[in-house]
Ligand binder design. Sequence first.
Ligand code: HEC
Ligand code: HEC
Ligand code: HEC
Ligand code: HEC
Length: 205
Amino acid sequence: MYRVTLFTIALVGASALAIGNSMADISGSAHDFSGDAWSSGRICLPCHTPHNADTTVAGAPLWNHEVTTSTFTVYSSATLDATVGQPDGASKLCLSCHDGSVAIDSFGGTTGTTFVTGGELLGTGLDNDHPISFTYDDALATADGGLHLPSATNSGLGDTITNDLLFAGTMECASCHDVHNTNNNSHLLRVSNAGSALCLTCHNK
Ligand code: HEC
Ligand code: HEC
Ligand code: HEC
Ligand code: HEC
């Protein structure tokens, strides 16, 4: 009897968790533009299209948004070991709204008029932001001495840093952020940064 009750509670708990997960999604997040008239209520459309996608950015997933052509100032420091180039891959997609040069509603061949503003605007000066668009491999970790080996360290999401957080071995905006808000962390983070947990996933400090 007692066991049955516990089992029932476990089931109720599991379904509550399932409801929680279905809400932890792009719907209702900062990237849900379905309420804006210009999106025609289609939540994926400002960023993706099933056909006629833009293939100019290597690795872009069926991309529908106009791509930035800005030149960026990249991060540098005396202690940086990585070779940081111009933003590419998935980071270039983020910056196609977040550098403020292309309107949020410029997609599918139409030119929009609504731009990212305020704290969400990174601009083209990325020298005051965490470096992105560089290879993070075991050789870099060894050279640096203060980084975990990406091929051998658990990300906390079930697999290694390389498999869960890197894009073909490179560090990008989306290494820290999940544009689709899968885990419902604040600031769309892939791993919660409570207690600097996100930072400590890669940095051995
Ligand atoms: C604000 C822009 C934006 C919106 C809206 C958006 N995505 Fe994405 N999506 C991206 C970016 C950027 C990437 C590449 C970075 C990454 O994979 O995290 C991506 C990657 C993907 C991928 C490949 C990687 C993966 O996560 O499996 C799929 C599939 C995908 N999106 C599907 C969708 C669907 C379906 C929707 C609508 C429900 C959607 N996206 C809405 C920007 C967006
Ligand atoms: C289609 C345009 C567009 C693209 C592409 C896009 N964003 Fe955004 N993002 C926005 C807008 C607009 C906001 C602010 C929404 C608001 O007013 O709250 C935002 C908000 C955010 C926020 C703040 C969320 C919060 O709750 O604090 C983060 C973090 C973010 N974006 C990261 C990214 C990353 C990383 C990528 C690429 C993987 C990306 N965005 C791609 C338009 C975009
Ligand atoms: C190393 C991890 C990391 C990388 C890489 C990273 N971010 Fe963030 N980002 C964060 C954290 C953590 C926050 C939460 C606010 C804070 O701590 O400053 C944040 C906040 C933000 C915000 C919200 C700012 C606000 O005031 O609400 C936006 C937008 C954003 N990031 C976009 C980006 C874009 C675009 C890129 C790539 C050019 C990027 N981030 C790369 C970790 C990262
Ligand atoms: C996905 C892995 C990853 C995450 C998460 C991450 N970093 Fe990094 N970070 C790196 C790598 C790799 C470098 C490049 C180190 C180098 O080449 O010297 C770096 C560089 C840096 C640098 C510049 C080092 C220098 O010598 O100039 C600082 C500071 C830093 N990260 C702080 C943070 C903080 C704070 C957080 C959390 C908000 C964070 N990182 C999250 C991987 C990560």
